[in-house]
Design a protein around this ligand. Structure first.
Ligand code: UDX
Length: 423
């Protein structure tokens, strides 16, 4: 078992630290926020992620996991150091590497000789070299090991990965990193750093492309009178296509796809390639936010002036409390621009203030006096509510179901006007 330091306790860092300790390694995680470190040492988790609290508490109780303030305090004695700090989007769409460079500079003087620094943050191609330069240590290896976890199923994805990708020019260092994940028995791809970094961007861009493709097909279905769910069913049995990531909706969002797709366009541009396809994928996505706002406006009779809209779901997808780049918020922003009088919203994981939105305590309260109910996140709970009660609360029983979550026939039987996506 190995001694591991994790720098950064965001989604990727915290989950990585927790599951590596679960695999039996001795893990010390560092963050720069004292309150967060104290909270984590008490076993309290700042994010909503299935199974993560159990892993963290088991690690703490077993003495294999701890949290400290400051990167330098975590790396003493560590054979492996994972960089899991944020790479926010810079002004020009490129990823901002300041946090990575600062972390590397901080740990450089205290790293053990022969240790391996592993880059898990999503970073532009060439960043392995950037880290090497920031470290300035010829006796330390730098390896790329991109993370593919999804929010909401992060623990499961880490413990059952589809593949493990390691990018390194040094095969011995790559083998040492691969050894950390032996128990997972996942397909292993050992490659050069640039290819490993590109795999991460290409995977996210491809998934975003699938979703934009199906959203575009949904638009075609609406125009020609087809049902996108039937179309996807018919496509998906073709093994080359599959069923995954072909659910139409209000567009993709979250902390990865928007940032990474723009970054890849920028990476390509900097390297002299105009990635028109990916630009189109991003455009289709932005248009999808508009289309959903237009559906809601049309359901309200063509104008949102003076209208109250009820919104179910605010997070960028179900099973997370993450609002970053949420399509729901994109749609709400457009409703406000178009003059909606009030937006009353409910989300199982969201409390507190959101600019221009009245966040309600339950799904029914959001519907009071509303002319349109918009379903923007696919929380399963919404399917099992009392729709007679919902109808009684609304001013007009209009439903725009941007996730195709509800049963149109059942709603129409109850007297609702129902509009979905691509059907
Ligand atoms: C994604 C990748 O899946 C993961 O591998 C990577 O490491 C990080 O980025 P995540 O951002 O957690 O994970 O969310 P994901 O489940 O991929 O969904 C992204 C967005 O696409 C969400 O807004 C979701 O609602 C939307 N989506 C997804 C669809 O609209 N339709 C689909 O069929 C799938």
């Amino acid at each position: 078992m190995s001694r591991i330091a994790i720098i950064g306790t965001g989604y990727v860092g915290l989950t990585t630290g927790a599951y590596l300790s679960h695999l039996g390694h001795e893990v010390v995680c560092a963050d720069v926020m004292p309150d967060k470190v104290a909270m984590l040492n008490r076993g309290e988790i700042p994010i909503y992620e299935a199974g993560l609290d159990e892993l963290v508490r088991a690690g703490l109780d077993g003495g294999r996991l701890s949290f400290v303030l400051g990167a330098a305090n975590a790396v003493e004695g560590a054979e492996f150091v994972f960089l899991c700090v944020q790479t926010p989007q810079g002004e020009d769409g490129s990823a901002d590497l300041t946090y990575i460079q600062d972390a590397a500079a901080e740990i450089a003087p205290v790293l053990e000789a022969e240790s391996v620094v592993i880059n898990k943050s999503t970073v532009p191609v060439g960043s392995t070299r950037v880290v090497e330069r920031a470290l300035g240590r010829s006796d330390v290896f730098v390896v790329s090991n991109p993370e593919f976890l999804r929010e909401g199923s992060a623990v499961h994805d880490c413990l059952h990965p589809d593949r493990i990708v390691i990018g390194s020019d040094d095969s011995a260092a790559a083998a040492r990193v691969a050894g950390l994940f032996d128990q997972l028995q996942a397909p292993l791809i050992v490659t050069d750093p640039a290819s490993a970094e590109t795999i991460k961007y290409a995977s996210n861009a491809f998934l975003a492309t699938k979703i934009s493709f199906v959203n575009a097909i949904a638009n075609v279905c609406e125009a020609v009178g087809a049902d996108v769910r039937e179309v996807v069913l018919g496509m998906g049995y073709d093994k080359r296509i599959g069923f995954e990531f072909l659910k139409p909706g209000p567009g993709w969002g979250g902390s990865c796809f928007p940032k990474d797709s723009r970054a890849l366009v920028r990476i390509a541009e900097d390297a002299g390639y105009d990635f028109g396809l990916l630009k189109g994928v991003i455009t289709v996505n932005t248009e999808q936010y508009e289309r959903v706002a237009t559906k809601i406006e049309q359901a309200a009779g063509g104008s949102l002036g003076g209208v109250t809209v009820a919104v179910w779901g605010l997070t960028f997808k179900a099973r997370t409390n993450d609002l970053r780049d949420s399509p729901a918020l994109e749609v709400i922003g457009r409703l406000r621009q178009r003059g909606a009088n009030a937006i009353k919203a409910y989300d199982p994981t969201v409390t507190g203030d959101i600019d221009g939105v009245e966040v309600c305590a339950d799904a029914y309260a959001a519907c009071e006096g509303a002319t349109v109910l918009a379903v923007l996140t696919e929380w399963d709970d919404f399917r099992w509510l009392d729709f007679d009660k919902v109808k009684g609360l609304m001013a007009v029983p209009n439903v725009v179901d941007a996730r195709n979550l509800l049963d149109p026939a059942a709603l129409r039987r109850r007297g609702f006007f129902y509009v979905g996506v691509g059907r």
